[in-house]
Design a protein around this ligand. Structure first.
Ligand code: PLP
Length: 391
């Protein structure tokens, strides 16, 4: 039995079967390349569901930041603060809309913090939150209650009062708001839902409605930021400012790091003792976050994501593949909607040494690390187009 087959076999013995896994065990990576435990190399257009989305794997600057910090101090508890978390919060708020930051480890936790903040800020017994069809906000009970009903099965009851509405219908949204509504959660670009970009008109109308009804607008940027869509944060495509923003995945450069950013009006709502996270903002993960933010600036990865992402979209479109219904995306978050299930393409890419992802059954999602070299990007795209042609 190969080393990989052994690990996979043991995984079924010791790990809960909660993930629909492929029979692969990953062992090491370098930039946008990753190797499995049997030594097979893959070009990585998947980037760990975006978790390795900026610097890819084992980036020397992120590795150095982690090693240096690991040799100094890794956990001290939030009775104290530390320089890396302050530095990271400064960088996030300066690139975004000011405010203050609460750190945690994951997207779901960041959204939990935002749900609490929304309830607290809305006051007057308001607790209902609106989200949108096809959204994804995480698996913890609060975040799950904002995520479509197909994920609720067996875990009900959800948080009371939350509703999901069709994407893009402002009239319906206005009719659905009542005296108990506290806020709206939206991914400025839906990722798990199939890479959908809302119209500018919808996003601006949403901002207006939130202002009119004193609702907090929360942008879930867990997939879309920092830098992935060709802006620091995806809300910036629409010339709106959210009240709250949540971040995770790529923020930690591969280390577990999440953040909730409360805008200036709401930045002091969570008073001491109201919320917490033992390891949130620990200096180890915060140092990796700072190194990631620096890398984005040093290599101008915002511009690179915008330019190269457009090149990817143009290249796929110009191939004029009959089974590709639509190619859409922003920056390095690209979706190819097929007229048939995407799994055969994913499997064929896997055989040929390319990792991609398939969401909503027929949508292939491409999300390479932003540092990917041009030649590797082109090679990966060749493999993908070849696999689609062979359908
Ligand atoms: N929000 C969005 C937009 C996501 O796509 C995800 C996960 O894919 C989450 C939240 C949950 O993040 P995590 O898995 O880090 O809890």
């Amino acid at each position: 039995m190969s080393k990989q087959a052994q690990i996979v076999a043991q995984s079924t013995q010791y790990l809960t079967p909660s993930y629909p896994r492929l029979p692969l065990a990953m062992e090491r990576g370098a930039g946008a390349r990753i190797w499995d435990a049997d030594g097979k190399e893959y070009i990585d257009f998947f980037a760990g569901f975006g978790g390795a989305g900026i610097a890819g794997h084992a980036h020397p600057k992120i590795a150095k930041a982690l090693c240096d910090q690991a040799g100094k101090l890794t956990a001290h508890g939030n009775l104290f603060t530390n320089a890396p978390q302050v530095e990271l919060a400064r960088r996030i708020t300066q690139r975004g809309f000011g405010g203050k930051v609460f750190f945690c480890h994951s997207g779901a936790e960041a959204n939990e913090a935002a749900i609490k903040l929304v309830r607290l800020a809305a006051g007057r017994g308001r607790y209902k939150i609106v989200s949108f069809d096809n959204c994804f906000h995480g698996r913890t009970m609060g975040a799950l209650s904002l995520t479509p009903a197909k994920f609720h099965k067996g875990f009900e009851p959800m948080l009371e009062g939350n509703i999901a509405l069709p994407w893009g219908d402002l009239d319906l949204l206005e009719r659905s708001i009542d005296e108990r509504t506290a806020g709206v959660f939206i991914e400025p670009i839906q990722s798990e839902g199939g890479v959908h970009i809302p119209s500018r008109q919808f996003m601006q109308g949403l901002r207006r409605l939130c202002d009119q009804h004193q609702l907090l607008l929360v942008c879930d940027e867990v997939w879309t930021a920092p830098a992935r869509t060709g802006r620091w944060f995806a809300y910036q495509h629409f010339d709106i400012t959210p009240d709250v923003m949540t971040l995770a995945k790529a923020l930690g450069g591969g280390a577990p790091l999440g953040a909730m950013v409360a805008g200036p009006k709401w930045q002091d709502i969570l008073q001491p003792g109201m919320h917490g996270c033992t390891m949130g903002g620990n200096p180890l993960c915060a140092a990796a976050g700072v190194a990631t933010m620096k890398l984005i600036e040093e290599q101008d990865l915002v511009t690179r994501a915008a330019a190269k992402g457009q090149w990817v979209i143009d290249t796929i479109r110009s191939a004029k593949l009959p089974c590709v219904r639509e190619v859409r995306g922003a920056g390095f978050l690209v979706g190819l909607e097929l007229d048939q299930p995407g799994m055969p393409v994913l499997k064929s890419c896997l055989e040929k040494g390319l990792l991609i992802n398939c969401v909503q059954e027929r949508i292939l999602r491409l999300a390479p690390p932003l540092i990917i070299e041009d030649a590797l990007l082109a090679k990966g795209l060749d493999i993908l187009l070849g696999a689609i042609k062979a359908l």
